[in-house]
Design a protein around this ligand. Structure first.
Ligand code: NAP
Ligand code: FE
Length: 371
Protein backbone atom coordinates (compact mmCIF):
# COMPACT_ATOMS: atom_id res chain seq x y z
CA UNK A 1 0.00 0.00 0.00
CA UNK A 2 1.43 3.39 -0.92
CA UNK A 3 0.30 6.85 0.07
CA UNK A 4 2.59 8.88 -2.19
CA UNK A 5 1.26 12.41 -2.61
CA UNK A 6 2.20 16.06 -2.29
CA UNK A 7 -0.18 19.00 -1.90
CA UNK A 8 1.38 22.28 -0.81
CA UNK A 9 -1.60 24.54 -1.58
CA UNK A 10 -3.03 26.60 1.26
CA UNK A 11 -6.71 25.97 0.68
CA UNK A 12 -9.33 28.13 2.37
CA UNK A 13 -12.97 27.39 1.62
CA UNK A 14 -16.36 28.60 2.76
CA UNK A 15 -18.60 31.64 2.51
CA UNK A 16 -16.67 34.89 2.84
CA UNK A 17 -13.24 33.25 2.58
CA UNK A 18 -11.77 35.91 0.25
CA UNK A 19 -12.38 38.86 2.57
CA UNK A 20 -11.35 36.69 5.53
CA UNK A 21 -8.01 35.97 3.86
CA UNK A 22 -6.89 39.60 3.61
CA UNK A 23 -3.78 38.96 5.71
CA UNK A 24 -2.72 36.00 3.58
CA UNK A 25 -3.13 38.09 0.43
CA UNK A 26 -1.20 40.99 1.95
CA UNK A 27 1.87 38.73 2.31
CA UNK A 28 2.08 38.10 -1.43
CA UNK A 29 3.47 41.42 -2.58
CA UNK A 30 2.68 44.93 -3.73
CA UNK A 31 1.29 44.39 -7.23
CA UNK A 32 -1.24 41.79 -8.37
CA UNK A 33 -2.28 40.84 -11.91
CA UNK A 34 -5.89 39.64 -11.82
CA UNK A 35 -6.70 37.19 -14.61
CA UNK A 36 -10.32 36.52 -15.63
CA UNK A 37 -12.65 35.74 -18.47
CA UNK A 38 -15.10 38.29 -19.80
CA UNK A 39 -18.04 37.89 -17.39
CA UNK A 40 -18.02 35.27 -14.66
CA UNK A 41 -15.54 36.92 -12.30
CA UNK A 42 -17.80 39.93 -11.98
CA UNK A 43 -21.13 38.08 -12.24
CA UNK A 44 -20.14 35.76 -9.40
CA UNK A 45 -19.23 38.59 -7.02
CA UNK A 46 -15.67 37.27 -6.69
CA UNK A 47 -14.04 40.20 -8.49
CA UNK A 48 -15.61 42.72 -6.11
CA UNK A 49 -14.50 40.76 -3.05
CA UNK A 50 -10.96 40.38 -4.38
CA UNK A 51 -10.48 44.01 -5.43
CA UNK A 52 -12.04 45.38 -2.22
CA UNK A 53 -9.68 43.22 -0.20
CA UNK A 54 -6.59 44.22 -2.21
CA UNK A 55 -7.61 47.90 -2.02
CA UNK A 56 -8.03 47.69 1.73
CA UNK A 57 -4.61 46.06 1.98
CA UNK A 58 -3.13 48.92 -0.08
CA UNK A 59 -2.07 46.47 -2.80
CA UNK A 60 -2.06 47.66 -6.40
CA UNK A 61 -3.89 45.51 -8.94
CA UNK A 62 -4.42 45.45 -12.67
CA UNK A 63 -6.81 43.36 -14.70
CA UNK A 64 -6.43 41.08 -17.71
CA UNK A 65 -9.95 39.92 -18.63
CA UNK A 66 -9.40 38.39 -22.07
CA UNK A 67 -9.20 34.72 -21.13
CA UNK A 68 -11.60 32.55 -23.11
CA UNK A 69 -12.62 28.93 -22.67
CA UNK A 70 -9.71 26.57 -23.35
CA UNK A 71 -7.29 29.43 -22.73
CA UNK A 72 -4.90 30.35 -25.52
CA UNK A 73 -1.15 30.58 -25.13
CA UNK A 74 -1.16 33.83 -27.13
CA UNK A 75 -3.53 35.42 -24.57
CA UNK A 76 -1.34 34.21 -21.73
CA UNK A 77 1.66 35.80 -23.42
CA UNK A 78 -0.19 39.12 -23.76
CA UNK A 79 -1.19 38.99 -20.10
CA UNK A 80 2.38 38.19 -19.06
CA UNK A 81 3.61 41.32 -20.86
CA UNK A 82 1.13 43.33 -18.86
CA UNK A 83 2.35 41.72 -15.63
CA UNK A 84 5.99 42.39 -16.52
CA UNK A 85 5.31 46.05 -17.40
CA UNK A 86 3.52 46.58 -14.07
CA UNK A 87 6.13 44.71 -12.03
CA UNK A 88 3.51 42.26 -10.73
CA UNK A 89 4.50 40.17 -7.71
CA UNK A 90 1.68 37.66 -7.99
CA UNK A 91 -1.05 36.48 -10.34
CA UNK A 92 -4.59 35.89 -9.11
CA UNK A 93 -6.97 33.94 -11.35
CA UNK A 94 -10.74 34.23 -10.91
CA UNK A 95 -12.99 31.89 -12.84
CA UNK A 96 -13.36 28.31 -13.90
CA UNK A 97 -10.50 26.06 -14.93
CA UNK A 98 -9.78 28.26 -17.95
CA UNK A 99 -8.90 31.41 -15.98
CA UNK A 100 -7.14 29.42 -13.25
CA UNK A 101 -4.99 27.46 -15.72
CA UNK A 102 -4.22 30.70 -17.57
CA UNK A 103 -3.10 32.33 -14.31
CA UNK A 104 -0.65 29.45 -13.75
CA UNK A 105 0.78 29.80 -17.26
CA UNK A 106 0.99 33.60 -17.02
CA UNK A 107 2.89 33.29 -13.73
CA UNK A 108 5.57 31.24 -15.51
CA UNK A 109 5.74 33.55 -18.54
CA UNK A 110 5.84 36.74 -16.46
CA UNK A 111 8.80 35.50 -14.44
CA UNK A 112 10.68 34.57 -17.62
CA UNK A 113 10.34 37.37 -20.19
CA UNK A 114 10.60 36.14 -23.77
CA UNK A 115 9.96 32.48 -22.87
CA UNK A 116 9.00 30.56 -26.02
CA UNK A 117 6.35 27.85 -26.28
CA UNK A 118 9.07 25.21 -26.58
CA UNK A 119 10.82 26.48 -23.46
CA UNK A 120 7.54 26.65 -21.56
CA UNK A 121 6.70 23.02 -22.25
CA UNK A 122 10.29 21.84 -21.75
CA UNK A 123 10.37 23.49 -18.29
CA UNK A 124 13.33 25.51 -19.48
CA UNK A 125 12.45 28.19 -16.94
CA UNK A 126 15.35 30.24 -15.60
CA UNK A 127 13.25 31.71 -12.83
CA UNK A 128 10.49 30.32 -10.60
CA UNK A 129 6.97 31.45 -11.55
CA UNK A 130 5.35 34.39 -9.79
CA UNK A 131 3.15 33.37 -6.86
CA UNK A 132 -0.27 32.09 -7.92
CA UNK A 133 -3.63 32.56 -6.19
CA UNK A 134 -6.86 30.98 -7.42
CA UNK A 135 -10.47 31.93 -6.79
CA UNK A 136 -12.73 29.32 -8.36
CA UNK A 137 -16.17 30.08 -9.81
CA UNK A 138 -17.04 26.64 -11.21
CA UNK A 139 -17.36 23.33 -9.37
CA UNK A 140 -15.45 21.21 -11.84
CA UNK A 141 -11.78 21.12 -12.67
CA UNK A 142 -10.16 21.18 -9.24
CA UNK A 143 -7.40 23.29 -10.83
CA UNK A 144 -7.29 25.05 -7.45
CA UNK A 145 -5.27 22.15 -6.05
CA UNK A 146 -3.37 20.79 -9.05
CA UNK A 147 0.10 21.36 -10.46
CA UNK A 148 -1.45 21.29 -13.93
CA UNK A 149 -2.20 23.95 -16.52
CA UNK A 150 -4.02 23.09 -19.77
CA UNK A 151 -3.41 25.64 -22.52
CA UNK A 152 -4.37 25.74 -26.19
CA UNK A 153 -1.31 26.28 -28.35
CA UNK A 154 -1.42 28.16 -31.68
CA UNK A 155 -1.92 24.87 -33.59
CA UNK A 156 -5.30 24.52 -31.84
CA UNK A 157 -4.21 21.64 -29.58
CA UNK A 158 -4.86 21.48 -25.85
CA UNK A 159 -1.53 20.80 -24.19
CA UNK A 160 -1.00 20.47 -20.48
CA UNK A 161 2.10 20.98 -18.42
CA UNK A 162 2.58 19.58 -14.94
CA UNK A 163 5.07 21.12 -12.56
CA UNK A 164 5.22 21.53 -8.81
CA UNK A 165 6.27 25.16 -9.28
CA UNK A 166 2.75 26.04 -10.48
CA UNK A 167 0.88 24.95 -7.39
CA UNK A 168 -1.11 27.95 -6.20
CA UNK A 169 0.25 29.29 -2.93
CA UNK A 170 -3.32 30.11 -1.92
CA UNK A 171 -6.69 28.87 -3.21
CA UNK A 172 -9.83 30.58 -2.01
CA UNK A 173 -13.00 28.60 -2.62
CA UNK A 174 -16.25 30.33 -1.79
CA UNK A 175 -19.15 28.20 -3.10
CA UNK A 176 -21.23 31.38 -3.37
CA UNK A 177 -19.26 32.21 -6.50
CA UNK A 178 -20.57 29.11 -8.23
CA UNK A 179 -24.21 30.12 -7.68
CA UNK A 180 -24.26 32.29 -10.82
CA UNK A 181 -23.35 29.41 -13.16
CA UNK A 182 -25.99 28.83 -15.86
CA UNK A 183 -27.47 25.30 -15.58
CA UNK A 184 -25.52 24.03 -18.60
CA UNK A 185 -22.22 25.17 -17.07
CA UNK A 186 -23.22 23.58 -13.75
CA UNK A 187 -23.81 20.28 -15.53
CA UNK A 188 -20.77 20.39 -17.80
CA UNK A 189 -18.49 21.15 -14.87
CA UNK A 190 -20.16 18.66 -12.47
CA UNK A 191 -19.68 15.77 -14.90
CA UNK A 192 -15.99 16.74 -15.11
CA UNK A 193 -15.83 16.03 -11.36
CA UNK A 194 -17.21 12.54 -11.99
CA UNK A 195 -14.67 12.09 -14.79
CA UNK A 196 -11.76 13.09 -12.53
CA UNK A 197 -12.82 10.81 -9.68
CA UNK A 198 -13.55 7.84 -11.95
CA UNK A 199 -10.41 8.16 -14.07
CA UNK A 200 -8.25 8.65 -11.02
CA UNK A 201 -9.78 5.67 -9.20
CA UNK A 202 -9.03 3.30 -12.08
CA UNK A 203 -5.64 4.80 -12.97
CA UNK A 204 -2.58 2.56 -12.79
CA UNK A 205 -0.99 5.38 -10.80
CA UNK A 206 -3.73 5.32 -8.15
CA UNK A 207 -2.75 4.58 -4.60
CA UNK A 208 -4.61 4.32 -1.32
CA UNK A 209 -4.73 8.05 -0.70
CA UNK A 210 -5.79 9.06 -4.23
CA UNK A 211 -8.58 6.45 -4.16
CA UNK A 212 -9.81 7.90 -0.86
CA UNK A 213 -10.00 11.32 -2.54
CA UNK A 214 -11.79 9.89 -5.59
CA UNK A 215 -14.32 7.94 -3.53
CA UNK A 216 -15.02 10.86 -1.20
CA UNK A 217 -15.53 13.13 -4.21
CA UNK A 218 -18.09 10.73 -5.67
CA UNK A 219 -19.82 10.19 -2.33
CA UNK A 220 -20.40 13.95 -2.19
CA UNK A 221 -21.26 14.23 -5.86
CA UNK A 222 -23.68 11.36 -6.45
CA UNK A 223 -26.42 12.47 -4.02
CA UNK A 224 -26.36 15.86 -5.78
CA UNK A 225 -26.57 14.07 -9.15
CA UNK A 226 -29.61 12.12 -7.94
CA UNK A 227 -31.24 15.39 -6.98
CA UNK A 228 -30.29 17.08 -10.25
CA UNK A 229 -31.57 14.10 -12.25
CA UNK A 230 -34.89 14.44 -10.47
CA UNK A 231 -35.34 18.22 -10.26
CA UNK A 232 -32.91 19.74 -12.77
CA UNK A 233 -30.18 22.16 -11.72
CA UNK A 234 -31.79 25.57 -12.18
CA UNK A 235 -32.16 26.28 -8.49
CA UNK A 236 -29.44 24.63 -6.46
CA UNK A 237 -29.16 26.03 -2.94
CA UNK A 238 -25.93 27.00 -1.21
CA UNK A 239 -25.54 23.66 0.61
CA UNK A 240 -25.84 21.78 -2.65
CA UNK A 241 -23.38 24.06 -4.44
CA UNK A 242 -21.00 23.63 -1.52
CA UNK A 243 -21.15 19.84 -1.89
CA UNK A 244 -20.47 20.15 -5.61
CA UNK A 245 -17.58 22.50 -4.98
CA UNK A 246 -16.03 20.27 -2.32
CA UNK A 247 -16.46 17.26 -4.61
CA UNK A 248 -14.55 19.17 -7.32
CA UNK A 249 -11.69 19.78 -4.91
CA UNK A 250 -11.55 16.07 -4.04
CA UNK A 251 -11.47 15.32 -7.76
CA UNK A 252 -8.56 17.74 -8.16
CA UNK A 253 -6.70 16.15 -5.25
CA UNK A 254 -7.22 12.74 -6.83
CA UNK A 255 -6.00 13.59 -10.36
CA UNK A 256 -3.15 15.56 -8.88
CA UNK A 257 -1.75 12.21 -7.72
CA UNK A 258 -2.72 10.09 -10.72
CA UNK A 259 -3.47 12.19 -13.78
CA UNK A 260 -6.43 11.24 -15.99
CA UNK A 261 -7.12 8.33 -18.39
CA UNK A 262 -8.54 7.86 -21.89
CA UNK A 263 -11.80 9.83 -21.53
CA UNK A 264 -9.84 13.05 -20.97
CA UNK A 265 -7.47 12.36 -23.85
CA UNK A 266 -10.33 11.55 -26.20
CA UNK A 267 -12.40 14.41 -24.83
CA UNK A 268 -9.71 16.86 -26.01
CA UNK A 269 -10.44 15.74 -29.58
CA UNK A 270 -14.12 16.70 -29.20
CA UNK A 271 -13.24 20.04 -27.63
CA UNK A 272 -10.61 20.96 -30.19
CA UNK A 273 -12.60 19.81 -33.21
CA UNK A 274 -16.19 20.59 -32.26
CA UNK A 275 -15.90 23.05 -29.36
CA UNK A 276 -17.60 20.66 -26.92
CA UNK A 277 -17.15 22.05 -23.36
CA UNK A 278 -14.41 20.23 -21.48
CA UNK A 279 -16.53 18.42 -18.86
CA UNK A 280 -19.11 17.27 -21.39
CA UNK A 281 -16.40 16.03 -23.73
CA UNK A 282 -14.88 13.84 -21.01
CA UNK A 283 -18.24 12.66 -19.63
CA UNK A 284 -19.26 11.34 -23.04
CA UNK A 285 -16.72 8.51 -22.62
CA UNK A 286 -17.44 7.58 -19.00
CA UNK A 287 -19.73 4.64 -19.72
CA UNK A 288 -17.13 3.20 -22.12
CA UNK A 289 -14.46 3.79 -19.50
CA UNK A 290 -16.37 1.91 -16.81
CA UNK A 291 -17.19 -0.95 -19.18
CA UNK A 292 -13.56 -1.18 -20.26
CA UNK A 293 -12.45 -1.42 -16.63
CA UNK A 294 -15.17 -3.92 -15.78
CA UNK A 295 -13.82 -6.17 -18.52
CA UNK A 296 -10.16 -5.72 -17.59
CA UNK A 297 -10.29 -5.43 -13.78
CA UNK A 298 -13.71 -6.75 -12.70
CA UNK A 299 -12.86 -6.88 -9.00
CA UNK A 300 -11.73 -3.27 -8.98
CA UNK A 301 -14.89 -2.23 -10.82
CA UNK A 302 -17.02 -4.01 -8.21
CA UNK A 303 -15.03 -2.34 -5.42
CA UNK A 304 -15.57 1.02 -7.11
CA UNK A 305 -19.35 0.70 -7.18
CA UNK A 306 -19.46 -0.62 -3.66
CA UNK A 307 -17.32 2.21 -2.27
CA UNK A 308 -19.29 4.94 -4.04
CA UNK A 309 -22.63 3.35 -3.04
CA UNK A 310 -24.12 3.05 -6.54
CA UNK A 311 -25.41 0.21 -8.69
CA UNK A 312 -24.12 -0.12 -12.23
CA UNK A 313 -27.56 0.63 -13.61
CA UNK A 314 -27.91 3.80 -11.56
CA UNK A 315 -24.34 4.86 -12.40
CA UNK A 316 -25.04 4.67 -16.13
CA UNK A 317 -28.40 6.37 -15.73
CA UNK A 318 -26.90 9.31 -13.80
CA UNK A 319 -24.15 9.75 -16.37
CA UNK A 320 -26.72 9.74 -19.16
CA UNK A 321 -29.08 12.17 -17.44
CA UNK A 322 -26.44 14.63 -16.29
CA UNK A 323 -24.15 14.78 -19.32
CA UNK A 324 -25.24 17.78 -21.39
CA UNK A 325 -26.25 17.07 -24.98
CA UNK A 326 -23.33 16.91 -27.37
CA UNK A 327 -24.10 16.83 -31.06
CA UNK A 328 -21.09 16.31 -33.26
CA UNK A 329 -20.57 15.02 -36.76
CA UNK A 330 -17.88 12.36 -36.63
CA UNK A 331 -16.49 10.83 -39.81
CA UNK A 332 -14.05 8.06 -40.74
CA UNK A 333 -11.49 10.60 -41.94
CA UNK A 334 -11.35 12.28 -38.55
CA UNK A 335 -11.04 8.93 -36.78
CA UNK A 336 -8.17 7.98 -39.09
CA UNK A 337 -6.50 11.38 -38.71
CA UNK A 338 -6.76 11.16 -34.91
CA UNK A 339 -5.27 7.69 -34.64
CA UNK A 340 -1.71 8.93 -34.16
CA UNK A 341 -2.80 10.97 -31.15
CA UNK A 342 -3.55 7.83 -29.19
CA UNK A 343 -0.27 6.07 -29.98
CA UNK A 344 2.17 6.35 -27.07
CA UNK A 345 -0.15 8.70 -25.21
CA UNK A 346 0.69 8.99 -21.51
CA UNK A 347 -2.90 9.12 -20.25
CA UNK A 348 -3.86 6.09 -22.32
CA UNK A 349 -0.95 4.25 -20.70
CA UNK A 350 -2.42 5.00 -17.27
CA UNK A 351 -5.43 2.81 -18.03
CA UNK A 352 -5.60 -0.67 -16.51
CA UNK A 353 -4.65 -3.45 -18.91
CA UNK A 354 -3.56 -2.25 -22.32
CA UNK A 355 -5.79 0.37 -23.86
CA UNK A 356 -4.69 0.54 -27.49
CA UNK A 357 -5.10 3.18 -30.18
CA UNK A 358 -7.34 0.70 -32.05
CA UNK A 359 -9.64 0.54 -29.03
CA UNK A 360 -9.95 4.33 -29.10
CA UNK A 361 -10.91 4.16 -32.79
CA UNK A 362 -13.51 1.47 -32.02
CA UNK A 363 -15.09 3.57 -29.30
CA UNK A 364 -15.36 6.57 -31.62
CA UNK A 365 -16.92 4.42 -34.36
CA UNK A 366 -19.38 2.72 -32.03
CA UNK A 367 -20.37 5.91 -30.29
CA UNK A 368 -20.60 8.37 -33.14
CA UNK A 369 -20.98 6.29 -36.30
CA UNK A 370 -23.19 3.57 -34.80
CA UNK A 371 -20.77 0.84 -35.99
P1 NAP B 1 -14.40 27.46 -17.99
O1 NAP B 1 -13.92 27.28 -19.39
O2 NAP B 1 -13.47 28.05 -17.02
O3 NAP B 1 -15.76 28.26 -17.97
C1 NAP B 1 -16.81 27.86 -18.81
C2 NAP B 1 -17.82 29.00 -19.02
O4 NAP B 1 -18.54 29.20 -17.80
C3 NAP B 1 -17.18 30.34 -19.35
O5 NAP B 1 -17.98 30.97 -20.30
C4 NAP B 1 -17.22 31.10 -18.03
O6 NAP B 1 -17.34 32.51 -18.21
C5 NAP B 1 -18.51 30.57 -17.44
N1 NAP B 1 -18.53 30.64 -15.96
C6 NAP B 1 -17.61 30.16 -15.11
N2 NAP B 1 -18.00 30.36 -13.83
C7 NAP B 1 -19.19 31.02 -13.88
C8 NAP B 1 -20.06 31.56 -12.90
N3 NAP B 1 -19.84 31.38 -11.59
N4 NAP B 1 -21.15 32.22 -13.33
C9 NAP B 1 -21.42 32.36 -14.65
N5 NAP B 1 -20.63 31.88 -15.62
C10 NAP B 1 -19.52 31.20 -15.25
O7 NAP B 1 -14.90 26.00 -17.48
P2 NAP B 1 -14.25 24.88 -16.57
O8 NAP B 1 -14.92 23.63 -16.93
O9 NAP B 1 -14.20 25.30 -15.15
O10 NAP B 1 -12.72 24.81 -17.06
C11 NAP B 1 -12.37 24.07 -18.20
C12 NAP B 1 -10.88 24.20 -18.45
O11 NAP B 1 -10.14 23.64 -17.36
C13 NAP B 1 -10.47 23.43 -19.69
O12 NAP B 1 -9.52 24.16 -20.43
C14 NAP B 1 -9.84 22.17 -19.12
O13 NAP B 1 -8.91 21.58 -20.00
C15 NAP B 1 -9.20 22.71 -17.85
N6 NAP B 1 -8.95 21.69 -16.81
C16 NAP B 1 -7.89 21.90 -16.00
C17 NAP B 1 -7.58 20.99 -14.99
C18 NAP B 1 -6.40 21.23 -14.11
O14 NAP B 1 -6.10 20.43 -13.24
N7 NAP B 1 -5.67 22.32 -14.28
C19 NAP B 1 -8.39 19.86 -14.79
C20 NAP B 1 -9.47 19.67 -15.64
C21 NAP B 1 -9.76 20.61 -16.64
P3 NAP B 1 -16.07 33.52 -18.30
O15 NAP B 1 -15.41 33.22 -19.61
O16 NAP B 1 -16.67 34.85 -18.23
O17 NAP B 1 -15.16 33.20 -17.14
FE1 FE C 1 -11.23 17.60 -16.55
Amino acid sequence: MTLNSFMPVKLVTGAGCVRASAKELAKLGRVCLIVTGKRSAKASGAFQDVTDTLDRNGQKWLLFDEIGQNPKLTDCMAAAEKAIAAGADFVLGIGGGSALDAAKCIAVLAANPGLTQAQLYAFDWAKAPLKIVTVGTTAGTGSEVTKVSVITTPDGRKKSFHNEAIYPVLSLGDPNYTMSMPPMVTRATAVDVLAHCAESFFSRSANHISRCYAVEGLRLLLPVFRMMAENGCDTLDYNTQEKLYCASIYGGLAINVTGTCFPHTMGYLLTETFGVPHGTACAVFQKDFYEYNKAVVPELAAEYLERIGCSEEEYFSLIEKLTPPCSITMCEDLIAASHSRWVGNGSMAKCQGTFSADMADEILRRKFLGK
